[in-house]
Design a protein around this ligand. Sequence first.
Ligand SMILES: Nc1ncnc2c1ncn2[C@@H]1O[C@H](COP(=O)(O)OP(=O)(O)O)[C@@H](O)[C@H]1O
Ligand SMILES: [Mg+2]
Length: 317
Amino acid sequence: MSTLEDDLSPLPIKAGAPLETHEIAGRDLLVEQLWSTLASQSVLLTAQRRMGKTSVIHLLRESATRHGFIAAGGNVEQCGTPAELVEFIVESLRSALPSHRKLVNAVNGFISRVGLEANVGVATFKLQPAAATAWKDTLVEVLDLVDHHRDEPVVLLLDELPFMLAKLRDNNSELVARDVLDTLRSIRQTKAGVRMVMSGSIGLHHVLRDLRKSGSAWAPVNDMAIIDVPPIGHEDAIRLARRLLRGVPLAATPDEPTVAEAIAYAADDVPYYVHHLTGGIRNRHRKAAVAVTTNDVEAALMAGVSDELDAWNLRYQ
Ligand SMILES: Nc1ncnc2c1ncn2[C@@H]1O[C@H](COP(=O)(O)OP(=O)(O)O)[C@@H](O)[C@H]1O
Ligand SMILES: [Mg+2]
């Protein structure tokens, strides 16, 4: 647990931008829940866009070693073919444990056997044509290699998976997209040392529905635990608001607890809206150093919900 002083140190306003792990508020319990679920099962992380899925994935990556896992994968949005997904996963495995020489050597050996040097793409190598065609075997082989060199299980983080599936469907075919999901499922079922966390902004269920042939009972993720990313706790939202207010240069907030409480309340404890509201207050105080009050919260809320440009992304949930 951090001290009160630490908790109230200023934070930069970053509505929608990637966060450093120390800037991510109120997710300790969720991350613990995820690790205890991952001890026995893979996870589908669900929530509307901007609720904080990617941030939670960052926290998982950061805390993996402490929980006895090797974390690989990441944002798979760029992968447009199954081979690229495999290249991305292999590359991320290589950088997951730089200090583990034996494993790194083994993965490097694997890459020099199946890969070709490449300067473009999702990884620093491309699979040779035969390994790319046999991408399923290639993926299983590299996961076996990790299994063999480490006792720790691997957690494959697959953020923005629905984007990748849509890309696979458009660049290749529905069949290929289905094949990737089926392969991932079969890996989950046959490899005791592999867990996955899948998440993405456009609902996975929409993509699955599109890929499912009419009438078929295809359910490639029904072995996974569904965990929702909810708003953060109210106290955490208030503390986040206080820290963001302290990061606003011009404005002083004499009654910081009250203003922060009003921000958390108006934001429904959704951290994305806490960032936006505080950003709105900052914009109102750019020119004159006037004390911030709850009136500013009200005004920032009104400005946010009526914004013609929809900077808060309210319309496309
Ligand atoms: N736990 C959090 N603490 C602080 N800000 C957060 C948190 N979660 C989300 N945010 C805010 O919401 C934005 C979107 O978060 P992100 O994790 O990218 O959401 P998602 O992946 O669900 O779309 C971040 O840029 C930040 O402004
Ligand atoms: Mg995201």
